[in-house]
Design a protein around this ligand. Structure first.
Ligand code: FAD
Ligand code: MLT
Ligand code: ZN
Length: 480
């Protein structure tokens, strides 16, 4: 292995090949703090050519590569396993916005550019890059593409795969595929770009991307709405679509438990409504500078919602700072859950029409598995996507009983996944599979689907060195 490390130092400079425990520490543990591995080295190439040199050297030495962006992934796909034999390839130095073309509506970036920086580059030319996640200050475009990230703008603009036109990828043997084309129309064969989107680093390393831009939406009307149930939230969604049409940009749900955690742990957070409610919806309409009537549209929508019984109260943002405060209640939930104690995440989608009945039935069933488990339910209800997350029961002294949650974790997750599968839903709406869910996802897919996934992996990465153990479970009897 010393030969490989020497070769890597020669290719990208000794300063960018990290091997000391203190230097690699932040790269081998995930955001949740529950997935920790070991690395042979962490390498930080500064260009596509350097990424290619690293991947070729690792391929030559038979050493697995784990691509990593901002390390905000929630399924353990961007951190190495416990073997200490894998090289973590961080894109953190590749942060160049290569080109912005407002007329074509494209921005071309290095894969290591942080999502918030892409949003800012678009804003500078009066355009919008709509993807928005709670982690946008640290996640990278390469990670967003590789997980096909969702977030709070999917309702209007779609998942990451709908926001990309072309890619540059270093293949598992070190060759570079230059597919950095910004064409809207290109029917010249298999869609290779889309093959790498959502591949979680198992087919190659994304080094650059051409992304789509949209007209800017500087005007917003935002409300925090109390609703009595998931069913009421789904009815409100129907009304919002009717009233606001294309202007409806956000429709996020949270239960009271989630908001209680934010109020307890997020400095400065306050409840915008006087009376507590079991559920809340964050609704936002967005429009161009000439869209004058958004506030009126939102007010009339809410008036009708109260009359129809699908909303009980609402607070409208009267200023940008009030808007930010409402958004912070929603975006602070992941962090608040983590501060509270042990957490179990379930990122599920169901047909929207089935969501309410499913959620109502699931709660009591989980109490039978783990008495007192706290349901922290929130997410992108407009996309049929709930984060059906759990926090540990409280002890008699009011502390998070993390051991109780860990002891029941497997049974809780199986109860949820089995039930989602019966509803023809998905056990990963937007976070991907990583190491955490690869085996479970395969167990709910048909043999045909798993065979096709393995065939794609085998065709592009026959040596199985790109992020092994992630997304595609090894075939029975295989060593990797
Ligand atoms: P990493 O965590 O570094 O990696 C994720 C996966 O992509 C790994 O498998 C890794 O190997 C692979 N990868 C990374 N870069 C590359 C590359 N250049 N080439 C090939 N493979 C690569 N996700 C959502 O979808 N919606 C949300 O609303 C959302 N909210 C979040 C809120 C918080 C507070 C946090 C912490 C996370 C949230 N996430 C959300 C999850 C996470 O931010 C996304 O999955 C994000 O896309 C990961 O980007 P990253 O750069 O951090 O990738
Ligand atoms: C979010 O939407 O806030 C995250 O995807 C949910 C999570 O952290 O589980
Ligand atoms: Zn989410």
């Amino acid at each position: 292995m010393d030969d490989l490390l020497d070769r890597l130092r020669t290719s990208i400079g000794a300063d960018h090949v990290l091997t000391e425990d203190a230097d690699v520490a932040a790269y081998v543990v995930d955001w949740t703090g529950t997935r920790a591995g070991r690395a042979l080295a962490v390498v930080r190439p500064g260009s596509t050519e350097e990424v290619a040199a690293v991947v070729a050297a690792c391929a030559g030495a038979g050493v697995p590569v784990v691509p990593q962006g901002g390390n905000t992934g929630l399924v353990g796909g961007g951190v190495p396993d416990a073997s200490g034999n894998q090289v973590v390839l961080s894109l953190g130095r590749m942060r160049r916005v290569r080109e912005v073309d407002p007329v074509a509506g494209t921005v071309t970036v290095d894969a290591g550019v942080v999502l918030a920086d892409v949003q800012a580059a678009a804003e500078k030319v009066d355009r919008l890059f709509p993807m928005s996640l709670g982690s946008e200050g640290s996640c990278t475009i390469g990670g967003n593409l590789s997980t096909n990230a969702g977030g709070t703008a999917v309702l209007r603009y779609g998942m990451t795969r709908e926001l990309v036109l072309g890619l540059e990828v270093v293949l598992p043997d070190g060759r570079v595929w230059d597919g950095l084309r910004g064409l809207r129309k290109d029917n010249t064969g298999y869609d290779l770009t889309q093959l790498f989107v959502g591949a979680e680093g198992t087919l190659g390393v994304i080094t650059g991307a051409v992304l789509r831009l949209f007209p800017a939406t500087p005007r917003h009307a935002t409300a925090w709405v109390a609703v009595s149930s998931v069913d009421a939230a789904v009815s409100l969604l129907g009304l919002a679509q009717q009233h606001a049409g294309v202007h409806l940009s956000t429709f996020e749900i949270a239960n009271r438990q989630a908001i209680d955690l934010v109020l307890a742990h997020l400095p400065g957070a306050s409840d915008p409504l006087g009376e507590p409610s079991d559920w809340y919806v964050l609704v936002e309409l967005a429009g161009s500078a000439s869209d004058d009537g958004l506030d009126e549209t939102l007010e009339s929508l809410l008036g009708e919602a109260v009359e129809a019984g699908c909303a009980t109260d609402a607070a409208l943002a009267g200023s940008p700072s009030q808007r930010s405060a409402l958004w912070a209640l929603r975006e602070g939930i992941s962090e608040a859950q983590k501060v509270e104690g042990a957490t179990l995440k379930h990122d599920v989608t169901l047909p929207i029409a089935r969501l309410a009945e499913w959620a109502d039935a699931m709660g009591p069933r989980l109490q039978e598995v783990c008495a007192g488990v706290r349901l922290v339910t929130y997410g992108h209800v407009g996309d049929g996507n709930l984060h059906y997350n759990l926090n540990a029961p409280l002890t008699d002294g009011g502390h998070s009983d993390d051991d109780a949650l860990r002891a029941a974790a497997a049974d809780l997750t199986t109860a949820i996944y089995d039930s989602v599968a019966r509803e023809a839903g998905s056990i990963s709406a937007e976070h991907g599979l990583g190491r955490t869910k690869a085996a479970a996802a395969a167990s709910y897919k048909s043999d045909v689907e798993v065979d096709l996934m393995r065939a794609v992996k085998q065709a592009l990465d026959p040596a199985g060195l790109m992020n092994p153990g992630v997304l595609v479970p090894p075939a029975p009897g295989a060593s990797a």
